[in-house]
Design a protein around this ligand. Structure first.
Ligand SMILES: NC(=O)c1ccc[n+]([C@@H]2O[C@H](COP(=O)([O-])OP(=O)(O)OC[C@H]3O[C@@H](n4cnc5c(N)ncnc54)[C@H](OP(=O)(O)O)[C@@H]3O)[C@@H](O)[C@H]2O)c1
Length: 284
């Protein structure tokens, strides 16, 4: 809470899917919510939907393209200039299973947006989170992390790219980053979680070929709705400190086991060092 008693949260990729439902739920609980969206028009549409559904919702939209480090810097500068506090940083945005593409800075798109973009954003906002403590960082991962391997010899997928493998690598990176960040923020009042939201009926299937998407949607009755997909993120946001474990991997609103590769301390340290090197930052 800041001096006015307001809790502040910021959600990336909040214009649709799980991010939008998370924003709606936190706004309904009285938080100020910043929708960090690459497309401001879509963000404004989501904000207006939320305001129609939640009386007195305190929701604002800010432009953020996680595929562009300049945009991330400008976004963070804007947050420092306009917000007194930040209690929850929810790193939710992702691009999934797309054809080979690169970010503005030349990183493979899924590794660049899902991991590096959020890593850099968190680095820039950590002082504000510490200043606002108790605070939390929640990183959206996926069950797909268990199929992942951090391919340090080809992080950019230049030698050999496979869309599913690149997605799994980025989601494994989300869990490794969360565990390492939790160690580094211990004693600062900042808790960190990674979340598997389950299999959720959202727009995440966009880059996948049409017949396969239609097949998946035929079984939509077994998929979670976006609102259900937001449950575990909301759980990690609002559950009291003494009932959750910093660094933990959460699924179905409970602590869960991540895969063995996600628990490898050498890999998480190496990923941290390589991410700093790629971004040209010092973060110990
Ligand atoms: N849906 C599932 O079954 C499932 C399963 C496991 C894990 N997850 C994870 O849950 C999270 C939310 O997924 P979702 O299903 O809600 O996906 P979604 O409906 O596709 O939403 C993804 C969001 O990320 C945004 N985004 C993509 N690239 C961006 C960029 N460069 N900069 C800023 N924002 C960007 C999108 O913006 P635009 O609208 O402008 O594209 C959109 O708002 C993701 O981290 C995903 O990996 C989802």
């Amino acid at each position: 809470l800041d001096s006015s008693g307001l809790c502040s949260s910021q959600i990336t990729g909040a214009n649709t899917g799980i991010g939008k439902e998370t924003a709606k739920e936190l706004a309904a609980r009285g938080a100020r919510v910043i929708l960090a969206c690459r497309n401001v028009t879509k963000g404004e549409q989501a904000a207006s939907d939320i305001m129609k559904n939640v009386d007195g919702a305190n929701v604002v939209v800010r432009q953020l393209d996680l595929a562009d480090t300049k945009s991330i810097c400008l976004f963070a500068e804007n947050i420092y200039n306009t917000e007194k506090s930040l209690h929850f940083l929810i790193n939710n945005a992702a691009v999934a299973i797309c054809p080979y593409a690169k970010t503005v800075d030349g990183y493979e798109m899924q590794f660049g947006v899902n991991h590096l973009g959020h890593f850099f954003l968190t680095f820039l906002l950590l002082d504000l989170l510490k200043h606002s403590a108790p605070s939390r960082v929640i990183n959206l991962s996926s069950a797909a992390h268990a199929m992942g391997k951090i391919r340090f010899d080809d992080l950019n997928g230049e030698k050999d790219y496979h869309p599913v493998r690149a997605y799994a690598q980025s989601k494994l990176a989300n869990v490794l980053f969360s565990r390492e960040l939790a160690k580094k923020t211990e004693g600062f009042g900042v808790m960190v979680f990674s979340v598997d939201p389950g299999v959720v009926n959202t727009e995440i299937t966009r880059p996948i070929r049409r017949p396969l998407v239609d097949l998946i949607k035929t079984f939509s009755f077994v998929l979670k709705t976006p609102a259900e997909g937001a449950y575990t993120t909301v759980y990690c946001t609002v559950t009291p400190d003494n009932q959750v474990l910093t660094g933990g991997f959460y699924k179905d609103c409970a602590l869960a086991a991540s895969c063995r590769a996600a628990e490898d301390n050498l890999t998480s340290l190496k990923l941290w060092a390589v991410s700093c090197h790629l971004l040209g930052i010092r973060w110990r």
